[in-house]
Design a protein around this ligand. Structure first.
Ligand SMILES: N[C@@H](CCC(=O)N[C@@H](CS)C(=O)NCC(=O)O)C(=O)O
Length: 215
């Protein structure tokens, strides 16, 4: 059976949410292998190194032993294997639109947000594990990310969808990382009422339950 090597954190949960959206069930369609990243289990495990040289989660291990890494490409792989419901777009133009919003969000919000967190409130956990920027640079990165969240709020306007006028991966990644933020004490920046409405709306989706589950 396909194995999803998983842990606490937004990236594994993004893939798990995607699987819920696809109607794929843990125990039936895939097996989940959990790593305690707080205890550094992923960094001590030789077996994970063999699957992902970066020792991060998620890793999707296929029946033939192929190991796929990086949450977004894993989700695109799942989409190709399970085309319905469509979450990346039906045509090349639609896919370009979904990937545009995903890329913008990944680069402009996720990167500064996570680097900022690792250098400030997350510092005690991350400093011993990986290079982190200074606390003041971390605060600047958080401010840059907040400014981009506001830009996303403006782009969203009265809609609850970033692309194609329907639920896509672009919405899922924004929703997943907002929920991740809430678990670490982050709040939507002031002046992002559209995003607050977006989160409230998508909290009704089945995939939102992933954030209520203890690891
Ligand atoms: N770019 C990767 C990021 C993977 C990543 O950083 N995963 C985190 C969990 S959200 C992790 O494994 N952290 C534990 C560690 O770095 O030791 C992806 O998209 O999957």
């Amino acid at each position: 059976m396909t194995k999803l090597h998983s842990s606490l954190g937004p990236n594994p949960r993004l893939v798990r949410m995607f699987m819920v959206e696809k109607g794929l069930e843990e125990g039936k369609d895939f097996e989940r292998v959990h790593y305690d990243i707080i205890a550094g289990e992923n960094r001590q495990s030789d077996s994970l190194t063999g699957k992902n040289e970066l020792q991060t989660l998620p890793v999707l291990e296929l029946d033939d032993g192929t190991c796929l890494t990086e949450s977004w490409p894993i989700c695109e792989f799942i989409e190709e294997e399970h085309p319905s419901p469509n979450l990346f777009g039906e045509t090349a133009k639609e896919r370009a639109e979904v990937r545009k919003w995903t890329r913008l969000f990944d680069q402009e919000c996720v990167v500064p947000m996570t680097m900022g967190f690792r250098a400030t409130s997350g510092r005690p956990m991350f400093e011993p594990r990986m290079p982190v920027v200074s606390e003041s640079a971390g605060a600047e990165l958080t401010a840059m990310s907040d400014a981009k969240w506001r830009w996303f709020d403006e782009k969203l306007g009265g809609s609850n969808h970033f692309a194609l006028g329907r639920f896509t991966f672009a919405d899922l990644i924004v929703f997943a990382f907002a929920n991740f933020g809430f678990t670490i004490g982050w709040k939507l920046p002031d002046g992002t009422d559209n995003l607050a409405r977006f989160v409230d709306t998508h909290n009704q989706r089945d995939c939102a339950a992933i954030w209520q589950q203890a690891e």
